[in-house]
Design a protein. Structure first.
Length: 398
């Protein structure tokens, strides 16, 4: 009997340890909502911490709440971030604050006099007053603690360098603003809260609506900007996404929140070209609808709601392999890609070849037969000499 107890104890011990050594990682989920000419992202970390960045324009709250329900978020949002106080970001947040228990709220804290932003601040103050009343009430202590926990939330104006507690598996760091901007082309845009979220080898840069002034400061301050995914600032407006900034970020994927046929002409054609020129694959809420990104920290899966010419492949898996950086193997050379047999998934791994160009290569190949030489690629629409020079040593026709 004693020996049997020992065996059972050992078995329970190993069953407890098994999940720790299974190698399976939790999932980080980031949702870029399609809410028209506004911005809103939902984040659920592997530990279950929930984050809402921005609430779009007034009326967007119904879309946000609907998607929160899909994710099983019905009562509490751990963190709410207002990247900047303009209507395209704050519009739906008042209703969100009134509908959910909130853990903490972040806001740049700049003076900004609009009815909706002032209502947002008044809602925060009213809820803090409710908390003060609960704390001061002559009720049984346990009940007071429960009510305080339910209604309690904190309000902060974060600055560059602050680390946000979103759970043990991820790192969330505020990169901007270091201090509030004054007398720029758009102070509200440049004062946006910028956050880099990292999970394993995969990272996201949430940029709000920053413009060139803030972008150049981010470069000068020297934070590690390089990110797998960038939320394209300011709807893809021409005042943002400076080429020098993008070269530092080096995103593999660029997500643009923007309304279809908006009166501002967003996104700018020049901005789109800047992202294409660095090899980023572009997704847009006006063309793709809501965009869902999931990652285990090693690979990333992007699932747009619908197809568009800019992303013919609905779900792409990107495995971040940095052989030279991580293994230091100077001699390992990846095999050349045969453009006569390569799939679209394989072609998009080439520098400067996005989903659209990959489809054009396959379309040309299907129509004209196999390529006889690498130089024949120049006949494919969208392939110019600069792109060909970049990929020549990475491809073959044999």
């Amino acid at each position: 009997m004693y020996r049997m107890k020992i065996y059972i104890t050992i078995l329970i011990f190993f069953l407890f340890l098994l999940p720790l050594y299974s190698g399976k990682r939790g999932e980080l989920r980031v949702v870029f909502l399609n809410i028209g000419q506004g911005s809103s992202q939902i984040i659920v970390t592997p530990s279950g911490h929930t984050v809402l960045i921005d609430g779009g324009t007034e009326g967007s709250e119904s879309i946000i709440k609907k998607y929160l329900r899909k994710l099983g978020i019905t009562k509490r949002i751990d963190t709410v971030i207002l990247s900047n106080p303009q209507e395209a970001n704050v519009g739906g947040l008042v209703e969100i604050l009134n509908s959910y228990d909130i853990g903490v709220i972040y806001d740049p804290g700049m003076p900004f006099s609009t009815y909706i932003y002032e209502t947002f601040l008044e809602t925060i103050m009213r809820k803090q007053d409710e908390l003060a009343e609960v704390k001061g009430a002559e009720i049984e202590k346990r009940l007071a603690d429960i009510l305080a926990e339910k209604h309690h939330f904190e309000y902060f104006n974060p600055r560059a360098g602050e680390v946000l507690n979103w759970g043990p598996d991820v790192e969330a760091v505020v990169l901007s603003p270091r201090k509030l901007y004054h007398n720029t082309r758009s102070d509200p845009n440049n004062n946006s809260i910028v956050i880099k979220l990292t999970y394993g080898k995969i990272s996201f840069l949430f940029t709000g609506d920053i413009e060139e002034s803030a972008e150049m400061d981010l470069i000068a301050q020297g934070p590690k900007l390089k990110s797998t995914v960038i939320k394209v600032p300011n709807f893809g407006a021409a005042y943002s996404s400076n080429p020098f900034f993008l070269k530092k970020v080096k995103p593999k994927f660029a997500i643009i929140s923007v309304e279809k046929n908006n009166p501002y002409g967003y996104p700018s054609a020049n901005v789109l070209q800047r992202y294409k020129s660095i090899g980023a694959k572009i997704y847009r809420t006006d063309l793709n609808g809501t965009i869902i990104i999931t990652t285990d920290g090693c690979s990333i899966q992007i699932t747009p709601e619908k197809e568009s010419p800019e992303s013919a492949i609905l779900t792409q898996i990107y495995k971040k392999v940095q052989e030279k950086e991580e293994t230091g193997n100077k001699y390992a050379q990846p095999p050349k890609l045969n453009i006569n047999t390569a799939t679209a998934d394989q072609l998009v791994t080439l520098p400067g070849i996005g989903a659209f160009k990959a489809q054009m290569i396959i379309k040309y190949r299907n129509k004209h037969g196999n390529f006889n030489s690498i130089d024949e690629l120049i006949k494919v629409p969208g392939i110019n000499k600069a792109i060909l020079d970049k990929i020549k040593d990475k491809i073959t026709v044999k």
